[in-house]
Design a protein around this ligand. Structure first.
Ligand code: URA
Length: 239
């Protein structure tokens, strides 16, 4: 791999920025100053350092974020705070992006990565990866609604894939329901629109699981952490 590519992927800066660093003579390869950006390096075996500090090569990054309400699932936004604004500068990279969208008022599990292939596999309806949501609903959901979810509800002129509606609790007095919904796709406002099609309204929504990865109880709203190897393996085997 070219030295400048290695340095950019190690998070040292953009390709242009790392070329400047190489020119300045602050990069060493196996303890020798290297001033050519085209130099080929072997990430596994060469020791590459910036100002004396050894750089570790990692191509893909995977973070589990507990998205708080009020943030946008995008990499940038002119008006609102994005989920990327929650990242500390030492973890931020400009190739990171959120896997799928949660609405501004939705909370919960959001994967942030630079691995486009994994993102595609988790989001493609053809891969049948579960997305599980916890919802508070105004209105009493019932067996007929469960049947509608199982059959698929017409949205945008075609039925959704079969989805699961589990009714965890009903508050008869307040006429509200606590439900869990499992989808295998992610149409725009899908949970809210499916519930609306049943004549009820989502008043709180949180994603609690994606494939085999659940939102950990000890991850505070707004906090994030890198996935462990086990969690990544679980996620990759989610289909
Ligand atoms: N469905 C919705 O309606 N909103 C979300 O944020 C996610 C799924």
């Amino acid at each position: 791999m070219r030295l400048d590519k290695f340095l950019a992927e190690a998070g040292l800066g953009s390709r242009k920025e790392v070329k400047q660093l190489i020119k300045k003579g602050v990069i060493t390869v196996n303890a020798q100053v290297e001033k050519k950006d085209k130099t080929q390096v072997e990430p596994e075996s060469d020791t590459i350092a910036y100002a004396g500090e050894i750089l570790h090569y990692q191509k893909y990054y995977y973070y589990l974020l507990h998205k708080p309400a009020g943030t946008i699932s995008a990499t940038e936004d002119k008006k609102d705070r994005t989920v990327m604004d929650l990242f500390k500068s030492q973890d931020y990279r400009n190739d990171l992006f959120p896997v799928g969208r949660l609405d501004k008022d939705t909370e919960g599990l959001l994967l942030i990565t630079n691995d486009g292939q994994l993102a595609h596999e988790l989001l493609s309806p053809k891969k049948h990866v579960d997305k599980e949501y916890l919802a508070q609903v105004a209105g009493v959901m019932d067996r007929a609604d469960q049947q509608r979810f199982r059959e698929g509800i017409p949205l945008d002129g075609e039925p959704t894939l079969p989805a699961e509606l589990m009714i965890d609790a009903i508050d008869e007095e307040r006429r509200t329901s606590t439900v869990r919904i499992i989808l295998q796709e992610g149409k725009f406002h899908q949970v809210k629109r499916m519930v609306k099609a049943c004549g009820k309204e989502v008043i709180y929504l949180k994603r609690i699981r994606m494939g085999r990865l659940s939102l950990p109880n000890d991850l505070a709203k707004g906090a994030y952490r890198e996935l462990s190897r086990e969690e990544l393996a679980q996620l990759k085997s989610s289909e």
